[in-house]
Each structure stands twice: as structure tokens, then as C-alpha cells.
Design a protein around this ligand. Structure first.
Ligand code: COA
Length: 165
């Protein structure tokens, strides 16, 4: 468990595959998430969680509000390369009402520190669509820079960002 001022993060479990979580994939900006099309019923979520929890090279965390305990988003590092000291990150603040409050930055910074201390990760990389202004802003605020990297193939619509820990 990773705790911050407003949040706690922990690996997702089968029982987190709720209708509320499924509804995120019908909400605003859910098309930004590559797995959206695969999520049609809670069993799809359960399968997706199980596959990731079975892998040593994946850290799939739920983001929960500390006061209410509500599940409001997910933060995923897939894959984590302990050989190269690099992890590829993705985030989804699923509850639209939780957006615009700096939740992404708070969660990412705490999980990054955990990865640095516990798994010796030195670099976080991600791919972001060039028109995803909210995401770019959230990443820039915590120090990510636009930079090419081996892990992310750039395209006309997607660029890579890198944070050195
Ligand atoms: C992108 C995302 C991760 C940002 O998380 P967040 O916790 O809302 O980030 P922040 O609160 O730091 O806000 C970042 C920017 O979002 C914009 N924003 C503000 N309120 C917003 C709202 N209600 N809804 C969406 N975006 C908002 C602002 O541009 C803000 O920048 P500012 O702080 O300089 O004003 C989150 O909106 C999300 O999960 N979106 C859908 C999925 C997605 O795009 N994931 C990233 C794929 S690379």
C-alpha cells in the first residue's frame, strides 16, 4: 500500500471489478485508454486484472480516495524492466469528478518513488496523444519532458515523455 495526503494506492484485486469501474469506459475521454474497447462487462475487468496481477513485470494499482475509500482511477506500469531500470506508465482517472484536482500527479509521484526505492527504477516513460492537453499538462507539472525513448514508438499522433527519477 502506498499512501499520500489524499489517496491510497494498492494493487487491484478481483473484487475491484465493479459496475462503477466498468462505467468509466463509457465516460468522457475513456477513448484515450487503449483497453477501453475490450471492457464490456465486469468479467472483462476481472480477466484484465488477473492477467496483470500474474505478471512480475507489471504493477497495476487502483487509486482510492483516502476519506471515502472510493476507487477513482488506476495507475499502471507495464512493463517494468528491472534490467534496464525503466517502467512504462499509463494512468486513468476514471471518475470525471476527480479530474482537475492534481490527483494524477499526486498518485504518479508516490508510485514512482516506490518503484525507485523498491525496484531500483530510474526512468519512467509514457506515450501520449499530442491532442491530450490535460494529460500533457498533468505530466509536465511533475517534470516529464518530451523525449524520444526506445520503449515508445512515436507516430503522427503520439509522442513519448520521459521522467528521470
Ligand atoms: C489526463 C488525466 C490523467 C489528468 O489527471 P488529473 O488528475 O485530472 O490532472 P490535473 O488535475 O493535474 O489536471 C491536468 C490538466 O487537466 C485539465 N483539467 C482541469 N480540469 C479538468 C477536468 N475537470 N476534466 C479534465 N481535464 C481537466 C487542465 O488543463 C489541467 O491543467 P492545469 O492544472 O494546468 O489547469 C485525467 O484527466 C484522465 O485520466 N483522463 C482520461 C484518460 C487519459 O487521458 N489518460 C492519459 C492517457 S496518456
Amino acid at each position: 500500500m502506498i499512501a499520500t495526503q489524499r489517496l491510497f494506492l494498492r494493487p487491484l484485486r478481483q473484487e475491484d471489478a465493479t459496475q462503477r469501474y466498468l462505467d468509466w469506459f463509457r465516460g468522457p475521454a475513456s477513448e484515450r485508454i487503449y483497453s477501453s474497447d475490450l471492457m464490456n462487462e465486469t468479467d472483462d475487468l476481472r480477466r484484465y486484472i488477473a492477467e496483470r496481477q500474474a505478471r512480475e513485470d507489471v504493477l497495476f494499482l487502483g487509486i482510492f480516495e483516502r476519506t471515502s475509500g472510493d476507487h477513482i482511477g488506476n495507475l499502471k506500469y507495464e512493463p517494468i524492466s528491472e534490467k534496464e531500470f525503466v517502467a512504462t506508465m499509463g494512468i486513468f482517472i476514471g471518475e470525471p469528478s476527480a479530474r482537475g484536482k492534481g490527483i494524477a500527479g499526486e498518485a504518479i509521484q508516490a508510485a514512482n518513488s516506490w518503484l525507485k526505492d523498491r525496484r531500483r527504477i530510474r526512468k519512467i516513460v509514457l506515450g501520449v496523444e499530442t491532442n491530450n492537453i490535460a494529460a500533457i499538462r498533468a505530466y509536465e507539472k511533475i517534470g516529464f519532458l518530451f523525449e524520444e525513448c526506445e520503449e515508445i514508438s512515436p507516430s503522427a499522433s503520439t509522442l513519448s515523455m520521459v521522467l528521470t527519477l
